[in-house]
Design a protein around this ligand. Structure first.
Ligand code: AMP
Length: 418
């Protein structure tokens, strides 16, 4: 009813500065141009002036710009799926990476591939991919295949089931097709590529996935795992094969007994590296890597450009976690690697149920005791914020009949703890 509110003030977005969110930008731009014209007309009328030709021309340009604004802006704002590769902006790539949960660490990282058609795989391999029924690449494939094709070293953090096998197999096969075919002349020098996996079962799965693509290219794959005759496996390698898939223990055995050599192997994959280390295979893995020629290692200096025509040793490492031993391996054998992570870090939260229990300070001790009692034979770790509270708590738990170690001194000594 108040006259003050009868004509609410509308912010006038003049001179093309600013927009209101959520409304058609072109309409707003046109309205702004119209408002500007009206304001200028009003001022001129008040001053009794005529519109100058240059003013009229400038105004016309503005109106036209407002008209064509839509086409320009919509092009910028289209979703990346509707854009050609050359239209992709930095922002589109960022959204693309977010959409597929891809994150990278490293320098000079090539763009991920959005589709098989945009990958730089050979036609033959693309056909094999089609025959395998892989319609779209999985995120780890999108990120890791372009890296492998550039002979970059890769540390992949992705789970089994993510398609990581094809992510290293396809660049590996591409690499092999660039080399002279295996013949009587070079088959005694050993395979061109080696894949190491912690268990026989995983090696078997990798072999299946590799053969799926390799047989179209006439590339031979041999697996070297325990439980089969080592002589026979050595014989198969000497007969000529491009790819060896092995468990590290059996492979080092084969090498030490001179059943096989790795004189021309420059492509190596360590699958589930953390598990191999857990199973105590670190010396064997290192033994195999040391048996490969070192003359093709990439330059230590990260800034040095790689020569596309040259053959470099390429190392792929997949690991779900990065314990110190895996990092040691990576530091020693990988050169300027790119770390590709698929999914969110701290995956453990999927495996751990977390409970937050709200309660009064006075109830805490009783509740903790109850929780620990319920554990039975199992052990528990209790975190607490100060050394003093840790001392008090461990004494109280001890008194209550729970055997308890107090590690609060770590905080004081600054020891690097696990
Ligand atoms: P992996 O994580 O390598 O053990 O692969 C898990 C399964 O996914 C395997 O059976 C593959 O054959 C399959 N796979 C891998 N990549 C693709 C893809 N791009 N499209 C459909 N299936 C795939």
């Amino acid at each position: 009813m108040n006259a003050l509110y009868q004509n609410p003030h509308e912010a006038r977005l003049l001179f093309g500065r600013g927009f209101r969110a959520g409304m058609d930008r072109r309409e707003q731009k046109k309205l702004a141009a119209k408002n500007e014209k009206e304001t200028r007309d009003e001022i001129r009328k008040k001053d009794g002036l005529e519109e100058k030709p240059e003013e009229a021309a400038a105004q016309k340009i503005k109106e036209e710009a407002a008209d064509s604004y839509d086409t320009f802006d919509m092009r910028v704002d289209r979703h990346w799926t509707e854009k050609k590769l050359e239209e992709m902006t930095e922002r589109d790539w960022r959204i693309f990476r977010e959409d597929f949960n891809i994150s990278y660490k490293g320098s000079k990282i090539p763009r991920p591939m959005r589709s098989w058609a945009e990958s730089k795989l050979t036609l033959e391999l693309l056909k094999a991919v089609e025959r395998a029924g892989y319609k779209t690449p999985s995120p780890i494939q999108m990120a890791a295949i372009p890296l492998g094709l550039q002979q970059r070293d890769v540390i992949g953090v992705a789970e089994t089931g993510s398609g990581k096998t094809a992510a290293f197999v396809l660049p590996m096969l591409t690499y092999i097709t660039r080399l002279p075919p295996m013949s009587e002349e070079n088959e005694a020098e050993g395979p061109y590529a080696v894949v190491m996996a912690p268990t026989r079962e995983l090696a078997q799965q990798i072999e299946d996935e590799t053969v799926k693509f390799a047989h179209y290219l006439g590339i031979k794959v041999v697996s070297i795992v325990g439980g089969q005759s080592i002589e026979e496996q050595g014989f198969k390698i000497r007969q000529g094969c491009e790819v060896v898939i092995a468990t590290p223990g059996r492979l080092i055995d084969c090498l030490e007994r001179r059943y096989a050599v790795l004189n021309q192997c420059n492509y190596v994959v360590l699958d589930e590296a953390d598990r191999m280390i857990d199973m105590g295979f670190e010396p064997q893995v290192m033994g195999v890597l040391d048996a490969m020629p070192s003359s093709n290692l990439k330059p230590e200096n990260e800034d040095e450009e790689l020569d596309e025509k040259k053959i470099y040793r390429t190392t792929y490492m997949f690991s779900a976690t990065m314990p110190p031993a895996v990092e040691r391996l990576a530091r020693k054998y990988l050169r300027n690697p790119v770390v590709v992570t698929i999914g969110t870090a701290g995956k453990a939260t999927d495996l751990i149920t977390q409970h937050v229990i709200m309660m009064k300070e006075s109830e805490k001790m009783y509740r903790l005791h109850k929780l620990l009692d319920e554990l039975g034979d199992k052990t528990a770790i209790v975190f607490i914020n100060t050394k003093k509270s840790a001392d008090g708590l461990s004494k109280a738990l001890d008194k209550g009949g729970l055997s308890c170690d107090n590690f609060a001194w770590w905080e004081v000594t600054g020891a690097e703890g696990n």
